[in-house]
Design a protein around this ligand. Structure first.
Ligand code: FE2
Length: 285
């Protein structure tokens, strides 16, 4: 077994998107800060409605997939295909933009806490123009595995392995074979997971902090930061003194050129120009 170590830290920065939703962006702050196949990770977390109430009105996407995971709050997704997804606390949605989707994501609450994540995952060139798709996942469909020391893991996408037992998440079929786990550990607890060698991986801490890596090479990862892992097949880490809650994202790198213009992610400049033309001429979807 070769241990994965903490290779790079990307502290999240405050920014805003949509019609003025305040959020924190780690992966995807700049083109240099992507982790193939992951393009972007945003965390939104506020008890102040002014920070989220404007939502994300109708907008297009082409060329990638998204996973939205809500910890607290209530959002409504609507798209041109007629999908309506009620996203409540603990629920998730998976959207394949493919050749094009036009959708909105609007808060269904005027007060209280709104907290969650949106992850952008790239599609391989040969799948960028496939038909759009959408899948809704309710909180009770997400398996929760209880760890021996009081922690727990929610398997949102892909398949995890604990105590020689495969735990399958409800989201299967993201093109880049994404494993997405939401992990909660009490103070000082250890966590281990075997990961496919050659797949890229990062951690995002949303509560507390971690010591990441094998016992002889532990490196600290502070809260609200992405920690990019080295290659290898074994991940070991330990929660800090306040305990920790974090996402673990693992995916197969696509190793293809990326040209991004806002909500369009393609391989060449010509394909981006085509996406803009298609959108402006009502031909995106
Ligand atoms: Fe969107």
């Amino acid at each position: 077994m070769s241990a994965r170590i903490l290779q790079q830290i990307i502290p999240s920065i405050a920014t805003s998107d949509g019609a003025g939703v305040r959020l924190r962006r780690s992966i995807g702050q700049s083109q240099m800060l992507r982790v193939d196949p992951f393009l972007m990770l945003d965390e939104f977390s506020s008890i102040n409605a002014d920070d989220y109430i404007a939502g994300f009105p109708n907008h297009p996407h082409r060329g990638f997939e998204t996973v939205t995971y809500i910890l607290d709050g209530h959002m409504l997704h609507e798209d041109h295909l007629g999908n309506r997804g009620d996203l409540k606390s603990g629920g998730a949605q998976w959207m394949t933009a493919g050749r094009g989707i036009i959708h909105s994501e609007m808060p269904q609450q005027v007060s209280g806490r709104m907290r969650g994540f949106q992850l952008w995952v790239n599609l391989p060139a040969k799948e960028k123009m496939k038909p759009a798709g959408y899948q809704d996942v309710q909180a009770e469909e997400i398996p929760v595995f209880k760890l021996a020391d009081g922690g727990y893991v929610k398997v949102i996408s892909g398949t995890a392995n604990f105590d020689e037992q495969d735990i399958k998440g409800p989201i299967q079929g993201i093109s880049a074979d994404v494993l997405m786990l939401d992990i909660h550990l009490p103070a000082g607890a250890y966590f281990e997971q075997v990961l496919p060698d050659g797949h890229n991986a990062f951690i995002y801490t949303f509560e507390g902090d971690l010591l990441v890596g094998p016992e002889d090479n532990q490196r600290p990862l502070a809260t609200q930061s992405a920690g990019v892992l080295s290659n290898g097949d074994a991940l070991a880490l330990k929660a800090g003194e306040q305990g920790a809650a974090f996402l673990l994202l693992v995916g197969r790198p696509l190793k293809e050129p990326i040209v991004q213009y806002g909500p369009f992610v393609m391989n060449t400049r010509e394909e981006i120009e085509q996406a803009i033309w298609d959108y402006n001429n009502g031909r995106l979807v």
